[in-house]
Design a protein around this ligand. Sequence first.
Ligand SMILES: Cc1ncc(COP(=O)(O)O)c(C=O)c1O
Length: 396
Amino acid sequence: MTVEDVIAADQEYILQTYQRPDFVLERGEGCYLFDTTGQRYLDFVAGIAVNALGYGDPDVTRAMTTYANGLIHTSNLFYTRPATELAQRLVQHSFADRVFFGNSGAEAIEGAIKFARKVAREQGHDDKTTIVAFSGSFHGRTMGAVAATHREKYRQPFMPVMPGVRFAPFNDLAAAEAAITDDVCAVLVEPVQGEGGLSTATPEFLRGLRARCDAVGALLIFDEIQCGMGRTGTLWAHEFYGVTPDMMTVAKPLGGGLPIGAILMTQAVADAIHAGEHGTTFGGGPFVATIAGVVFDKIADPAFLAHVRDVSDYLDEALHDFASSHPQVRELRGRGLMRGIQIEGSAAVLREVAHSAGLMVATAGDDVVRLLPPLIIDRQHVDELVTKLDGAFKQM
Ligand SMILES: Cc1ncc(COP(=O)(O)O)c(C=O)c1O
């Protein structure tokens, strides 16, 4: 099939919910992607924060080829070792006591919402069902997750989505406190927002949410699906704040490109959920859990996280230099290797121009260029990013 054939067939057979650029990706190597014509792209998208270890990580590849001969799937009706070991690792490296495995970010959010309502119900509060979420939030596309996603364009066509969500302005503690009333069972927040434009929560905001949740008996849920697992330089983004949640959702990078999601929770939450009350066919299957274990061990290694912090500092400096010499840059946002450049003009146009310069960037909203490189980038990749961005800005 030629490039044109693939694009024509895609447009004929696949539901057109994405606008894709006019090339066809074929392979990846480290921090680079290659299309079918051999064009190389420096990848600052990483499959939307999934490919934390880049492409072709030898340990992940070895595990995939070795365990392809083993059990792939059993269902959750049976004990298997990889899921148990993965859960143990997640618990040992977090605030959590228990883990539930699913298949995606949105599914983790759905489960967390269900668990929050169940905790309230178990305590005799049948009316304590409201979820507070925030402006700029993105939690996924299913009926519960999308209900807690702020952008109206994602919700409106599918109304009625899950009822019982109240939005408050992000980083406005007084407004959030007013919204978190006795009927609230949980507050759902991304410590660093992804799709919504790379806003970072202030320490006072997250600390205040924790205190307010405790005061009204609501659970605090951190959505670390995009910002977790090393992306901001610590294993969990909330470590920066010294605030711990009651539940945390994790997905994207955990499976090394295979689908897996997880809900991490305290024992107090786990105590409210009983056998048969939640489930999933595929979640935490032995193959994906084995690979996730390999990925997790690599990312949780202190030396790996130190590297992320080092290259993040270098990126931070480079972006500030870039901003000072490019008046089109309005604001720099984000933390670690999760950065936003708010620009004068269209981020989508800049992304397209960047493609032709051999650079992949994502967008967040209309005017924010989003950078989500593999966590294995080094300084030379940052230098290349800056050179290519400069070219793209000039061409724009
Ligand atoms: C913060 C956050 N939560 C939830 C989701 C939904 O995850 P998934 O696309 O795996 O359903 C995303 C996806 O972009 C996300 O960034």
